[in-house]
Design a protein around this ligand. Structure first.
Ligand SMILES: *Cc1c(COP(=O)(O)O)cnc(C)c1O
Length: 397
């Protein structure tokens, strides 16, 4: 079968490959500790499920407005007003089938062949491939671990060219948990003000932050960027609703309209009853979020300290999201059972085989020395998994 050229420029998600290997070991009866999940382990809160059930009972089972039901778009506008002082009209909001779909639609609406998209690394796996699907060029800019995985204003300035069409900002970050303070954003905004490109701000972890870190929107800091910034968010991570597939974009009306046109010729509206659930999630009680974040914080503290105790492992302490992204450079190049561990991928395979621990190697995040450990799993599993890793790595020491 001859396939389109488009399918050849992208690769399948590595996360799914690890999940498949892990699943296979599990089916063979192996007691696996799984750090590969990209989603909260908590259940969707009951009041949110109830809203979906009510919507179903009331017959909300037909097509809706392609852009999402009006009350949901109004609730999203209200969230951004109340939380960040930003003002958006209902025509400046598009609800899509997950945050990923919102990003995809906007990439498609924005990018032409040869346009450059600046993506700081480590990055969420889908940004480069989404750019490639538009014929655009991902321009990967490595950040430094000792700078908290943040792109500096100088690094950003150096990456800008006349072809730069967009800059991707993801704070807090998947996979690093790195995040930008208001001063950081102010400094980046000063650079961005001088160059006409679109800022794509992926705020999906805005509510999953720790200690005294506060999420800031770059637009609250520099309102002049409003006409060329798109904000992305979703209910997936904040409300443990990954399977419901509701995400959204806020941005200038013309771009949102164009992204909605693409959606209208592909998926049409996101699932009607999932929209009703998302409306309850965003406008209902937020107590569950507070509790989930409190639990994530305890696990973060534990996993970072346990990983850091292992010889040669360096682990940045995340400010948000639910991933630790330790550096294993110390172990790369070592040999075990006659096999040389050349890459994070080899090391992740070693963890799986020797320690029955599943984690996602950093290559596809643009970080070949690191491995991502999701702590969306119980404290007991965190402790068991780290103990196994420590003893497996002793064999390499
Ligand atoms: C999970 C995630 C998304 C997409 O989430 P959806 O499940 O599509 O709503 C987008 N960006 C980042 C950084 C993520 O981690």
């Amino acid at each position: 079968m001859k396939l389109s050229e488009r399918t050849k420029v992208i690769k399948p998600s590595v996360t799914l490959a690890i999940a498949a290997k892990a699943q296979k070991l599990r089916s063979q009866g192996v007691d696996l500790v799984n750090f590969s999940a990209g989603e909260p382990d908590f259940d969707t809160p009951e009041h949110i499920k109830e809203a979906a059930i009510q919507a179903l009972r009331k017959g909300m089972t037909k097509y809706t407005d392609v852009r999402g039901i009006e009350p949901l778009r109004a609730a999203i506008a209200e969230k951004y007003r109340a939380d960040y002082g930003l003002s958006y009209d209902k025509d400046e909001i598009l609800v899509s089938c997950g945050g990923k779909h919102a990003l995809y639609n906007v990439f498609q609406a924005l990018l032409n062949e040869g346009d450059e998209v600046i993506i700081p690394a480590p990055y969420w796996v889908s940004y480069p491939d989404m750019a490639l699907l538009c014929g655009a060029v991902p321009k990967i800019v490595a950040t430094r671990e000792d700078n908290g995985f943040r792109i500096t204003p100088e690094e950003l300035r150096a990456a800008l060219t006349p072809r730069t069409r967009a800059f991707v900002l993801n704070s807090p970050s998947n996979p690093t948990g790195g995040a930008y303070s208001s001063q950081d954003l102010e400094a980046l905004a000063r650079v961005l003000k001088t160059h006409d490109c679109v800022i794509l701000s992926d705020d999906i972890y805005d509510k999953i932050v720790y200690d005294d870190f506060r999420f800031h929107s770059i637009l609250a800091i520099e309102p002049k960027l409003r006409e060329r910034t798109v904000i992305f968010n979703a209910v997936s991570k904040t409300y443990a609703m990954t399977g419901w597939r509701i995400g959204y974009a806020l941005g200038p009306a013309a771009l949102i309209w164009a992204a909605g046109k693409i959606q209208s010729q592909s998926t049409s509206n996101p699932t009607s009853i999932a929209q009703a659930a998302a409306l309850e999630a965003i406008s209902g009680p937020q107590q569950n979020v507070t509790e989930m974040v409190r639990e994530f914080r305890r696990r973060r503290d534990r996993i970072v300290s346990l990983l850091s105790e292992i010889q040669g492992v360096h682990c940045f302490k995340p400010h948000g999201a639910f991933y630790a992204f330790p550096n294993f450079a110390y172990y790369l190049g070592r040999t075990v059972n006659g096999k040389k561990l050349n890459s994070a991928c080899d090391l992740a395979d070693f963890f799986l085989e020797e320690a029955a621990v599943a984690a996602v190697p950093g290559e596809d995040f643009g970080a070949p020395h690191n491995i991502r450990f999701s702590y969306a799993t119980s404290l007991e599993e965190v402790e068991k998994g780290c103990k196994r890793l420590a003893s497996a790595l002793k064999k390499l020491a």
